[in-house]
Write a protein that binds this ligand. Structure first.
Ligand code: CAA
Length: 388
Protein backbone atom coordinates (compact mmCIF):
# COMPACT_ATOMS: atom_id res chain seq x y z
CA UNK A 1 0.00 0.00 0.00
CA UNK A 2 2.63 2.50 -1.07
CA UNK A 3 3.50 5.16 -0.09
CA UNK A 4 2.91 4.04 3.50
CA UNK A 5 4.48 0.72 4.40
CA UNK A 6 2.23 -1.92 5.95
CA UNK A 7 3.08 -2.03 9.64
CA UNK A 8 0.47 -4.57 10.76
CA UNK A 9 1.51 -8.13 11.48
CA UNK A 10 -0.83 -10.00 9.19
CA UNK A 11 -1.27 -13.72 8.61
CA UNK A 12 -1.08 -15.14 5.09
CA UNK A 13 -4.89 -15.38 5.07
CA UNK A 14 -5.25 -11.74 6.09
CA UNK A 15 -2.84 -10.61 3.37
CA UNK A 16 -4.75 -12.71 0.87
CA UNK A 17 -8.14 -11.17 1.73
CA UNK A 18 -6.58 -7.69 1.70
CA UNK A 19 -5.21 -8.41 -1.80
CA UNK A 20 -8.57 -9.76 -2.98
CA UNK A 21 -10.35 -6.60 -1.82
CA UNK A 22 -7.68 -4.34 -3.34
CA UNK A 23 -7.86 -6.13 -6.70
CA UNK A 24 -11.66 -5.96 -6.74
CA UNK A 25 -11.56 -2.26 -5.88
CA UNK A 26 -9.01 -1.48 -8.58
CA UNK A 27 -10.63 -3.48 -11.36
CA UNK A 28 -14.36 -3.27 -10.57
CA UNK A 29 -14.77 0.02 -8.72
CA UNK A 30 -12.01 2.43 -9.73
CA UNK A 31 -13.14 2.81 -13.36
CA UNK A 32 -16.68 3.77 -12.27
CA UNK A 33 -16.50 5.48 -8.88
CA UNK A 34 -16.40 9.05 -10.20
CA UNK A 35 -19.33 8.52 -12.58
CA UNK A 36 -21.45 6.74 -9.97
CA UNK A 37 -20.80 9.66 -7.62
CA UNK A 38 -21.67 12.24 -10.27
CA UNK A 39 -24.88 10.46 -11.26
CA UNK A 40 -25.79 9.37 -7.71
CA UNK A 41 -26.00 5.88 -9.20
CA UNK A 42 -26.28 2.80 -7.01
CA UNK A 43 -24.81 -0.11 -8.92
CA UNK A 44 -27.15 -2.94 -7.95
CA UNK A 45 -25.01 -5.61 -9.60
CA UNK A 46 -22.46 -5.03 -6.85
CA UNK A 47 -24.71 -6.93 -4.44
CA UNK A 48 -24.31 -10.23 -6.25
CA UNK A 49 -20.71 -9.56 -7.28
CA UNK A 50 -19.65 -8.76 -3.72
CA UNK A 51 -21.76 -11.69 -2.56
CA UNK A 52 -19.88 -14.03 -4.89
CA UNK A 53 -16.63 -13.00 -3.19
CA UNK A 54 -18.14 -13.71 0.21
CA UNK A 55 -18.01 -10.02 1.15
CA UNK A 56 -21.66 -9.95 2.22
CA UNK A 57 -21.13 -12.65 4.80
CA UNK A 58 -17.78 -11.65 6.18
CA UNK A 59 -18.67 -11.98 9.87
CA UNK A 60 -21.11 -14.86 9.49
CA UNK A 61 -19.97 -18.41 10.34
CA UNK A 62 -19.46 -20.90 7.54
CA UNK A 63 -22.38 -22.93 8.90
CA UNK A 64 -24.60 -19.96 7.94
CA UNK A 65 -22.95 -19.60 4.51
CA UNK A 66 -20.55 -16.87 5.64
CA UNK A 67 -16.81 -16.39 5.50
CA UNK A 68 -16.22 -16.29 9.28
CA UNK A 69 -13.54 -13.63 9.01
CA UNK A 70 -11.89 -12.17 12.08
CA UNK A 71 -12.43 -8.46 12.72
CA UNK A 72 -8.97 -7.49 11.43
CA UNK A 73 -9.60 -9.19 8.06
CA UNK A 74 -13.05 -7.66 7.80
CA UNK A 75 -11.75 -4.16 8.39
CA UNK A 76 -8.87 -4.66 5.95
CA UNK A 77 -11.49 -5.38 3.28
CA UNK A 78 -13.49 -2.26 4.15
CA UNK A 79 -10.35 -0.12 4.16
CA UNK A 80 -9.30 -1.32 0.69
CA UNK A 81 -12.76 -0.80 -0.77
CA UNK A 82 -13.11 2.65 0.84
CA UNK A 83 -9.74 3.72 -0.54
CA UNK A 84 -11.36 3.55 -3.98
CA UNK A 85 -15.09 3.95 -3.44
CA UNK A 86 -16.39 4.92 0.00
CA UNK A 87 -20.00 4.42 -1.15
CA UNK A 88 -19.42 0.72 -1.70
CA UNK A 89 -17.60 0.55 1.63
CA UNK A 90 -20.61 1.86 3.55
CA UNK A 91 -22.84 -0.67 1.84
CA UNK A 92 -20.54 -3.45 3.07
CA UNK A 93 -20.15 -1.95 6.52
CA UNK A 94 -23.86 -1.49 7.18
CA UNK A 95 -24.87 -4.89 5.79
CA UNK A 96 -22.16 -6.86 7.60
CA UNK A 97 -21.93 -4.96 10.88
CA UNK A 98 -25.53 -4.11 11.63
CA UNK A 99 -28.36 -6.34 10.33
CA UNK A 100 -26.14 -9.39 9.81
CA UNK A 101 -24.63 -9.18 13.28
CA UNK A 102 -28.00 -8.56 14.89
CA UNK A 103 -29.44 -11.65 13.20
CA UNK A 104 -26.39 -13.66 14.08
CA UNK A 105 -26.44 -12.64 17.72
CA UNK A 106 -30.17 -12.82 18.36
CA UNK A 107 -31.89 -14.60 15.46
CA UNK A 108 -33.62 -17.95 15.88
CA UNK A 109 -32.51 -20.87 13.71
CA UNK A 110 -35.47 -20.21 11.44
CA UNK A 111 -34.73 -16.46 11.17
CA UNK A 112 -31.11 -17.23 10.34
CA UNK A 113 -32.20 -19.72 7.70
CA UNK A 114 -34.72 -17.33 6.08
CA UNK A 115 -32.80 -14.07 6.30
CA UNK A 116 -29.17 -14.33 7.42
CA UNK A 117 -28.09 -17.11 5.09
CA UNK A 118 -29.41 -15.47 1.89
CA UNK A 119 -27.84 -12.22 3.09
CA UNK A 120 -24.49 -13.93 3.58
CA UNK A 121 -24.72 -15.43 0.10
CA UNK A 122 -25.35 -12.01 -1.43
CA UNK A 123 -28.95 -12.75 -2.42
CA UNK A 124 -30.44 -10.13 -0.09
CA UNK A 125 -28.97 -6.82 1.02
CA UNK A 126 -29.56 -5.94 4.66
CA UNK A 127 -30.38 -2.47 5.99
CA UNK A 128 -30.66 -0.96 9.47
CA UNK A 129 -33.45 1.44 10.43
CA UNK A 130 -32.97 3.14 13.78
CA UNK A 131 -32.97 6.93 13.25
CA UNK A 132 -36.03 9.09 12.78
CA UNK A 133 -36.53 12.76 12.02
CA UNK A 134 -36.68 13.62 15.73
CA UNK A 135 -34.46 10.80 16.97
CA UNK A 136 -30.90 11.07 15.63
CA UNK A 137 -28.26 11.27 18.36
CA UNK A 138 -31.05 10.72 20.88
CA UNK A 139 -31.90 7.45 19.20
CA UNK A 140 -34.02 6.00 22.01
CA UNK A 141 -36.51 8.84 21.51
CA UNK A 142 -37.76 7.09 18.38
CA UNK A 143 -41.51 7.05 17.86
CA UNK A 144 -42.29 4.34 15.31
CA UNK A 145 -44.91 2.24 17.03
CA UNK A 146 -45.40 -1.50 16.83
CA UNK A 147 -48.74 -2.73 18.15
CA UNK A 148 -49.57 -6.39 18.58
CA UNK A 149 -52.56 -7.55 16.54
CA UNK A 150 -53.15 -11.31 16.53
CA UNK A 151 -50.22 -13.09 14.96
CA UNK A 152 -48.56 -9.88 13.79
CA UNK A 153 -47.26 -6.50 14.88
CA UNK A 154 -48.60 -3.47 13.06
CA UNK A 155 -45.90 -0.88 12.46
CA UNK A 156 -46.53 2.83 11.95
CA UNK A 157 -43.85 5.48 11.56
CA UNK A 158 -41.13 6.84 9.31
CA UNK A 159 -37.49 5.84 9.52
CA UNK A 160 -34.87 8.31 8.31
CA UNK A 161 -31.33 8.11 6.94
CA UNK A 162 -31.59 4.45 6.00
CA UNK A 163 -28.54 3.45 4.00
CA UNK A 164 -29.61 1.58 0.81
CA UNK A 165 -33.08 1.11 2.34
CA UNK A 166 -34.57 1.23 -1.17
CA UNK A 167 -32.44 -1.72 -2.30
CA UNK A 168 -32.61 -3.88 0.78
CA UNK A 169 -34.32 -7.25 0.94
CA UNK A 170 -34.18 -7.30 4.75
CA UNK A 171 -34.44 -4.33 7.08
CA UNK A 172 -33.77 -4.50 10.81
CA UNK A 173 -36.14 -1.84 12.11
CA UNK A 174 -36.39 -0.62 15.68
CA UNK A 175 -39.89 0.30 16.90
CA UNK A 176 -41.60 0.96 20.22
CA UNK A 177 -43.54 -1.89 21.74
CA UNK A 178 -44.36 0.10 24.87
CA UNK A 179 -47.25 2.54 24.86
CA UNK A 180 -47.58 6.13 26.07
CA UNK A 181 -49.06 4.68 29.28
CA UNK A 182 -46.25 2.16 29.80
CA UNK A 183 -43.25 4.16 28.52
CA UNK A 184 -40.05 2.27 29.21
CA UNK A 185 -37.54 4.53 27.43
CA UNK A 186 -34.73 2.61 25.79
CA UNK A 187 -36.22 -0.60 27.18
CA UNK A 188 -39.51 -0.04 25.33
CA UNK A 189 -37.98 -0.64 21.89
CA UNK A 190 -37.99 -3.93 20.00
CA UNK A 191 -36.26 -5.02 16.79
CA UNK A 192 -38.21 -6.31 13.80
CA UNK A 193 -37.19 -8.06 10.63
CA UNK A 194 -39.03 -6.14 7.93
CA UNK A 195 -39.19 -7.17 4.29
CA UNK A 196 -40.15 -4.75 1.53
CA UNK A 197 -42.94 -5.25 -0.98
CA UNK A 198 -45.70 -5.68 1.63
CA UNK A 199 -48.81 -3.48 1.82
CA UNK A 200 -47.98 -0.57 4.13
CA UNK A 201 -44.29 -0.49 3.22
CA UNK A 202 -42.99 2.30 1.03
CA UNK A 203 -39.80 4.16 0.33
CA UNK A 204 -40.06 7.86 1.09
CA UNK A 205 -37.70 10.71 0.33
CA UNK A 206 -34.34 9.88 -1.24
CA UNK A 207 -31.74 12.29 0.12
CA UNK A 208 -29.66 14.43 -2.23
CA UNK A 209 -26.35 14.20 -0.42
CA UNK A 210 -23.04 16.06 -0.37
CA UNK A 211 -21.03 12.84 -0.46
CA UNK A 212 -21.38 9.07 -0.64
CA UNK A 213 -23.65 9.81 -3.55
CA UNK A 214 -23.48 6.28 -4.96
CA UNK A 215 -24.94 4.93 -1.74
CA UNK A 216 -28.64 5.82 -1.58
CA UNK A 217 -30.02 7.14 1.71
CA UNK A 218 -33.79 7.05 2.06
CA UNK A 219 -36.73 7.32 4.38
CA UNK A 220 -38.83 4.21 4.90
CA UNK A 221 -42.49 4.68 5.62
CA UNK A 222 -44.47 2.09 7.59
CA UNK A 223 -48.20 2.69 7.30
CA UNK A 224 -50.06 -0.08 9.08
CA UNK A 225 -47.36 -2.49 7.96
CA UNK A 226 -48.07 -5.98 9.30
CA UNK A 227 -44.95 -7.82 10.41
CA UNK A 228 -45.48 -11.43 11.48
CA UNK A 229 -44.85 -11.81 15.21
CA UNK A 230 -42.18 -14.42 14.50
CA UNK A 231 -40.21 -11.65 12.79
CA UNK A 232 -39.52 -9.88 16.06
CA UNK A 233 -35.83 -10.33 16.77
CA UNK A 234 -34.89 -11.64 20.19
CA UNK A 235 -36.71 -10.43 23.27
CA UNK A 236 -39.33 -7.68 23.36
CA UNK A 237 -37.92 -4.44 24.73
CA UNK A 238 -34.32 -5.37 23.86
CA UNK A 239 -34.16 -3.91 20.35
CA UNK A 240 -32.35 -0.72 21.31
CA UNK A 241 -29.72 -2.66 23.25
CA UNK A 242 -29.20 -4.99 20.26
CA UNK A 243 -28.86 -1.96 18.00
CA UNK A 244 -26.24 -0.36 20.24
CA UNK A 245 -24.35 -3.64 20.49
CA UNK A 246 -24.21 -3.91 16.73
CA UNK A 247 -23.20 -0.24 16.46
CA UNK A 248 -20.07 -1.04 18.47
CA UNK A 249 -19.02 -3.17 15.54
CA UNK A 250 -20.50 -0.77 13.00
CA UNK A 251 -18.36 2.06 14.33
CA UNK A 252 -15.24 0.03 13.62
CA UNK A 253 -16.51 -0.39 10.06
CA UNK A 254 -16.96 3.36 9.67
CA UNK A 255 -13.50 3.89 11.16
CA UNK A 256 -12.09 1.55 8.50
CA UNK A 257 -13.98 3.46 5.84
CA UNK A 258 -12.48 6.72 7.13
CA UNK A 259 -8.98 5.21 7.22
CA UNK A 260 -9.42 4.09 3.61
CA UNK A 261 -10.54 7.54 2.51
CA UNK A 262 -7.71 9.28 4.37
CA UNK A 263 -5.09 6.89 3.09
CA UNK A 264 -6.28 7.30 -0.49
CA UNK A 265 -6.20 11.10 -0.17
CA UNK A 266 -2.62 10.87 1.09
CA UNK A 267 -1.59 8.55 -1.75
CA UNK A 268 -3.04 10.85 -4.38
CA UNK A 269 -1.45 13.92 -2.74
CA UNK A 270 1.99 12.27 -2.59
CA UNK A 271 1.79 11.37 -6.27
CA UNK A 272 0.56 14.79 -7.29
CA UNK A 273 3.22 16.63 -5.29
CA UNK A 274 5.89 14.70 -7.19
CA UNK A 275 4.37 15.54 -10.60
CA UNK A 276 3.23 19.11 -10.11
CA UNK A 277 5.93 21.69 -10.87
CA UNK A 278 5.91 25.30 -9.70
CA UNK A 279 8.79 27.74 -9.48
CA UNK A 280 10.81 25.36 -11.65
CA UNK A 281 10.63 22.24 -9.49
CA UNK A 282 8.21 19.59 -8.21
CA UNK A 283 6.26 21.00 -5.30
CA UNK A 284 7.30 18.03 -3.13
CA UNK A 285 10.72 19.68 -2.88
CA UNK A 286 9.28 22.58 -0.88
CA UNK A 287 9.53 22.10 2.84
CA UNK A 288 6.01 23.45 3.36
CA UNK A 289 4.73 20.59 1.20
CA UNK A 290 6.94 17.98 2.87
CA UNK A 291 5.69 18.97 6.33
CA UNK A 292 2.09 18.83 5.16
CA UNK A 293 2.53 15.36 3.62
CA UNK A 294 4.42 14.19 6.71
CA UNK A 295 1.59 15.32 8.99
CA UNK A 296 -0.94 13.59 6.75
CA UNK A 297 1.08 10.36 6.82
CA UNK A 298 1.39 10.57 10.61
CA UNK A 299 -2.34 11.10 11.10
CA UNK A 300 -3.30 8.23 8.75
CA UNK A 301 -0.87 5.92 10.51
CA UNK A 302 -2.16 6.89 13.96
CA UNK A 303 -5.78 6.28 12.99
CA UNK A 304 -4.90 2.96 11.35
CA UNK A 305 -3.00 1.86 14.42
CA UNK A 306 -5.94 2.64 16.72
CA UNK A 307 -8.40 0.93 14.36
CA UNK A 308 -6.49 -2.34 14.17
CA UNK A 309 -5.71 -2.25 17.90
CA UNK A 310 -9.47 -2.10 18.50
CA UNK A 311 -10.02 -4.91 15.98
CA UNK A 312 -7.40 -7.05 17.70
CA UNK A 313 -9.12 -6.43 21.04
CA UNK A 314 -12.40 -7.48 19.44
CA UNK A 315 -10.81 -10.66 18.10
CA UNK A 316 -9.47 -11.41 21.60
CA UNK A 317 -13.03 -11.11 22.91
CA UNK A 318 -12.38 -7.97 24.96
CA UNK A 319 -15.13 -5.35 25.47
CA UNK A 320 -14.74 -2.71 22.77
CA UNK A 321 -17.43 -0.12 23.40
CA UNK A 322 -14.96 2.62 24.30
CA UNK A 323 -12.28 1.49 21.86
CA UNK A 324 -14.65 1.41 18.91
CA UNK A 325 -15.77 4.97 19.69
CA UNK A 326 -12.11 6.04 20.02
CA UNK A 327 -11.31 4.39 16.69
CA UNK A 328 -14.26 6.03 14.93
CA UNK A 329 -13.58 9.44 16.42
CA UNK A 330 -9.87 9.30 15.59
CA UNK A 331 -10.37 7.96 12.07
CA UNK A 332 -13.22 10.20 11.02
CA UNK A 333 -11.55 13.39 12.27
CA UNK A 334 -8.35 12.23 10.57
CA UNK A 335 -10.19 11.64 7.29
CA UNK A 336 -11.76 15.10 7.33
CA UNK A 337 -8.43 16.76 8.14
CA UNK A 338 -6.34 14.73 5.70
CA UNK A 339 -8.76 15.19 2.80
CA UNK A 340 -8.80 18.94 3.50
CA UNK A 341 -4.98 18.97 3.33
CA UNK A 342 -5.07 16.88 0.15
CA UNK A 343 -7.22 19.51 -1.54
CA UNK A 344 -4.68 22.13 -0.45
CA UNK A 345 -1.85 20.12 -2.02
CA UNK A 346 -3.80 20.01 -5.29
CA UNK A 347 -4.68 23.72 -5.08
CA UNK A 348 -7.28 24.69 -7.67
CA UNK A 349 -7.18 21.17 -9.14
CA UNK A 350 -8.34 19.85 -5.79
CA UNK A 351 -11.40 22.05 -5.90
CA UNK A 352 -12.70 20.62 -9.16
CA UNK A 353 -13.78 17.13 -10.12
CA UNK A 354 -10.79 16.27 -12.33
CA UNK A 355 -9.11 14.43 -9.45
CA UNK A 356 -10.74 12.17 -6.85
CA UNK A 357 -9.62 14.18 -3.80
CA UNK A 358 -12.67 16.41 -4.12
CA UNK A 359 -14.88 13.30 -3.81
CA UNK A 360 -12.84 11.98 -0.90
CA UNK A 361 -13.33 15.29 0.93
CA UNK A 362 -17.11 15.15 0.46
CA UNK A 363 -17.22 11.46 1.40
CA UNK A 364 -15.14 12.00 4.55
CA UNK A 365 -17.57 14.42 6.16
CA UNK A 366 -20.31 11.94 6.91
CA UNK A 367 -17.95 9.69 8.85
CA UNK A 368 -18.06 12.39 11.54
CA UNK A 369 -21.86 12.18 11.53
CA UNK A 370 -23.37 8.75 10.96
CA UNK A 371 -23.29 5.76 13.31
CA UNK A 372 -22.98 8.34 16.06
CA UNK A 373 -21.59 11.85 15.60
CA UNK A 374 -18.15 12.76 16.93
CA UNK A 375 -19.96 14.37 19.86
CA UNK A 376 -21.74 11.08 20.65
CA UNK A 377 -18.43 9.18 20.38
CA UNK A 378 -16.93 11.58 22.94
CA UNK A 379 -19.96 11.02 25.16
CA UNK A 380 -19.55 7.23 24.97
CA UNK A 381 -15.79 7.51 25.66
CA UNK A 382 -16.34 9.85 28.60
CA UNK A 383 -19.09 7.71 30.15
CA UNK A 384 -16.81 4.68 30.09
CA UNK A 385 -14.15 6.62 32.00
CA UNK A 386 -16.52 6.57 34.97
CA UNK A 387 -18.08 3.14 34.42
CA UNK A 388 -17.54 0.76 37.31
N1 CAA B 1 -24.20 -2.41 24.35
C1 CAA B 1 -25.20 -2.90 25.13
N2 CAA B 1 -26.01 -2.10 25.83
C2 CAA B 1 -25.80 -0.79 25.76
C3 CAA B 1 -24.79 -0.21 24.98
C4 CAA B 1 -23.96 -1.09 24.25
N3 CAA B 1 -22.98 -0.64 23.48
N4 CAA B 1 -24.82 1.13 25.12
C5 CAA B 1 -25.84 1.38 25.97
N5 CAA B 1 -26.42 0.23 26.35
C6 CAA B 1 -27.55 0.07 27.25
C7 CAA B 1 -27.40 0.85 28.53
O1 CAA B 1 -26.69 0.14 29.51
C8 CAA B 1 -28.83 1.10 28.94
O2 CAA B 1 -29.32 -0.06 29.55
P1 CAA B 1 -30.27 0.00 30.87
O3 CAA B 1 -31.63 0.32 30.35
O4 CAA B 1 -30.17 -1.32 31.49
O5 CAA B 1 -29.71 1.11 31.74
C9 CAA B 1 -29.55 1.23 27.60
O6 CAA B 1 -28.70 0.64 26.61
C10 CAA B 1 -29.80 2.65 27.21
O7 CAA B 1 -28.53 3.25 27.15
P2 CAA B 1 -28.32 4.76 27.58
O8 CAA B 1 -29.03 5.01 28.88
O9 CAA B 1 -26.86 5.04 27.53
O10 CAA B 1 -29.12 5.49 26.42
P3 CAA B 1 -29.14 7.01 26.03
O11 CAA B 1 -30.49 7.26 25.50
O12 CAA B 1 -28.59 7.85 27.12
O13 CAA B 1 -28.15 7.16 24.77
C11 CAA B 1 -26.41 6.97 23.22
C12 CAA B 1 -27.14 6.35 24.41
C13 CAA B 1 -24.98 6.50 23.37
C14 CAA B 1 -26.44 8.46 23.14
C15 CAA B 1 -27.08 6.33 21.98
O14 CAA B 1 -28.39 6.82 21.82
C16 CAA B 1 -26.31 6.57 20.73
O15 CAA B 1 -25.33 5.87 20.47
N6 CAA B 1 -26.73 7.55 19.89
C17 CAA B 1 -26.21 7.71 18.58
C18 CAA B 1 -27.15 7.06 17.61
C19 CAA B 1 -26.44 6.39 16.48
O16 CAA B 1 -25.29 5.97 16.57
N7 CAA B 1 -27.17 6.23 15.41
C20 CAA B 1 -26.67 5.52 14.31
C21 CAA B 1 -27.69 5.49 13.26
S1 CAA B 1 -27.43 4.13 12.21
C22 CAA B 1 -26.44 4.62 10.97
O17 CAA B 1 -25.96 5.70 10.92
C23 CAA B 1 -26.15 3.53 10.03
C24 CAA B 1 -25.97 3.94 8.63
O18 CAA B 1 -26.88 3.80 7.86
C25 CAA B 1 -24.66 4.39 8.17
Amino acid sequence: MAPLREFLTLSDEQREIQRLARDFAQTELAPHAAAWDREAHFERSLISRLGALGFLGMLVPESDDGMALDAVSYLLVLEEIAAVDASTAVMLSVHNSLPSRMLLAHGTASQRERFLRPMARGELLGAFALSEAEAGSDASALRTQATRDGDAYVLNGTKSWVTHGNNAGVILAMARTDTPETRRGARGISAFIVTPGQPGFSVGKKEDKMGLRASPTVQLVFDNLRVPADQMLGEPGQGFIYALQSLEHGRLGIAAQAVGIGRAALEHAVRYAAERRQFGRPIREFEAMQFKLADMAARVTQARAVLYAAATAKDRGDPIQQLSSIAKLTASEMAMWVTTQAIQVFGGYGYVKDYPVERFFRDAKVTEIYEGTSEIQRLVIARELYAS
